[in-house]
Write a protein that binds this ligand. Sequence first.
Ligand code: FES
Ligand code: CO
Length: 349
Amino acid sequence: MLVTRQPVLRRFWYAVMPMEKLARSPQPFTLLGEDIVLWRRADGTPAAVRDRCCHRTARLSKGFLEGDHIVCGYHGWTYDGSGACVKIPQAPDLQIPAGAKVPAYHCQERFGYAWVALDDPLVPLLQPEEEALGHRRIHQFDEAWDTGALRMMENSFDTAHFAFVHKGTFGQGDQPKPVHFALDETDYGFEARVVLEINNPPVSHRITGTTAPTTTRTFSNQWHLPFLRKLGLAYPSGIRHTIYTCATPIDDTRIQLIQWLYRNDTEEDCPAALLNDWDTRVVLEDKVILESVDADAPVDVGRRDEQSMASDRPGMIMRKRLLALLREHGEQEVHGWTRIRPVKEAAPC
Ligand code: FES
Ligand code: CO
């Protein structure tokens, strides 16, 4: 599924950057192939419009802020958060032409990030739950990866890769299957409940709250259509650790990985730097593999020749639900090889 070619995906909210990035100047971002610019208005709320001035096409992200407005750096045309041009400095006495505007997008702050929906959202922006109210929040990742959003999501629910990809951190090489796995589909996507034995090397003792060499991780892993997961981990030590992972689609072959977490302990118990160092190690293990796969994951599974196994079930449900979503909105899957050449088109050697 080429995400830039499926208009219905424009109707979801995506986390695009931490609000701190917007503290001083407008910031560019590419969402589903569309170049947008975000800024922070005087009241602190974010705004997003197309990153293209309607005068002579300069990028507005090269401009600057003036109160609530963004000013083009080329000739100073000035826009409000609705995308309307509100000032043309060279013609202050003339009425601004009705066509002097740029497309604006839905934009809100949530969880400390700016979220954007390019078209009218089909579902409301995710609400903070109890962990967002009572636990400390730690920003983890805001970085671009060369992989597809669906590949990243599937990987987040793939319990079969721990023993291989994560054998250098928490994965147990002789445990390719979880102890317990159950999955229920929901209106937002699905929830998987998993019990897993993990390695607990000394560096992760303060993270898991135990010095035992192995520990049990019980987790609820929610997939929210299309590319967000919420992972609630519980350890026997009583530590609760909730991760939100957004595979925000930049385009067909890149995502912005945005991740934050909540913990029910204190900075003294387990410093944020230690958590982030450990999770950086873990996600780098994923990154190496995910940047090697074909970024385009098929949702119409009959059309591509990937083989599957039982543990791929979460990903297969994602594909089924995404295909149903496309069809509900009158779309066909558009797909193409984005990284790997199909065998039948490969040049003879
Ligand atoms: Fe933006 Fe001229 S190109 S004001
Ligand atoms: Co992984």
